[in-house]
Design a protein. Structure first.
Length: 271
């Protein structure tokens, strides 16, 4: 089983694990009782929180997290910690509009608080990198810009068929595009792949002719783009018939791509 998990996966000390577990249980009960509406806007508003957990783990890897907090930033507990905070914020605004984008609505508050926390973590990372003379922005920014361009092109090509998935679908497509292209950039910078299955794909494409033109991670990028596109096609009817559940599942799909993608960008920039 350990060979299927990313390198560095480990549980925190028991007191931390219990604290997070109890907190999640309380938030889970609260959300179940209040049942705040799940809309495409709410799902997309969680995107900064997905990025926040990923950025926190990157800081943990380079030792930029204070010792007493460090156990909460390891993998995979950092994502549970992040949802604990995000879920608490969600509970506090559960009675507000879940469809409108405004500073005081549920999507606005979720996106605003998540973005603020993300910027704070990125600021910590930049300060660490400047202090250690390890700041490298060109590669990560290139991967981010290319991901946006590729996502836009794919969405324009697929929108007539998968447009019903809306912003959650677009977020899922961008997340997995970012994961693929940022991984390729990391390989070019000399970083190794932490996820065993991804490493297998990268190794498989290394010796094939396209690697000379597109880099050794070309097969991994291609598979990510194909799978993300296939998910949007598969979810079309589900989102049409069950918008809340379909959007929520697309949000989970997006998190699986966006989290690792943002982690890559932050780690490559500061390490």
């Amino acid at each position: 089983m350990s060979q299927l998990l990313p390198t560095g996966t480990a549980l925190p000390p028991l007191p931390y694990l219990l604290a997070v577990s109890v907190g999640l249980a309380v938030v889970g009960v609260g959300l179940r009782r209040r049942r705040p509406p799940v809309t495409p806007a709410v799902v997309v508003a969680f995107a900064p929180w997905m990025a926040t957990g990923a950025a926190g783990y990157a800081l943990y890897q380079v030792g930029a997290v204070p010792g007493v907090l460090a156990p909460l930033f390891g993998s995979p507990v950092v994502y549970l910690t992040t949802f604990l905070v995000a879920g608490t914020v969600w509970l506090t605004v559960a009675d507000r509009s879940a469809t409108e984008w405004a500073p005081s609505t549920t999507p606005g508050v979720l996106a605003g608080t998540g973005s603020g926390l993300l910027l704070a973590l990125v600021g910590v990372g930049l300060r660490y990198a400047l202090a250690n003379e390890s700041l490298t922005l060109a590669g990560p920014l290139r991967a981010l810009a290319l991901s946006g361009t590729v996502t836009a092109g794919l969405w324009l090509a697929l929108r007539s068929r998968v447009g019903v998935t809306g912003l959650p679908g677009l977020l899922a497509l961008f997340g997995h595009t970012l994961d693929g292209l940022s991984t390729a950039q990391g390989i070019a910078l000399g970083f190794g792949e932490q996820t065993p299955l991804s490493a297998v794909l990268i190794d498989a494409g290394h010796g094939l002719p396209p690697a000379e033109l597109f880099g050794t991670a070309w097969l991994f990028v291609l598979v990510k783009l194909a799978l993300a596109s296939a998910v949007l096609f598969a979810f079309r009817e589900y989102v049409r018939e069950e918008p809340a559940e379909g959007s929520l599942l697309l949000g989970l799909v997006a998190a699986v791509g966006l989290g690792p993608g943002v982690h890559n960008l932050v780690l490559f920039a500061i390490a």
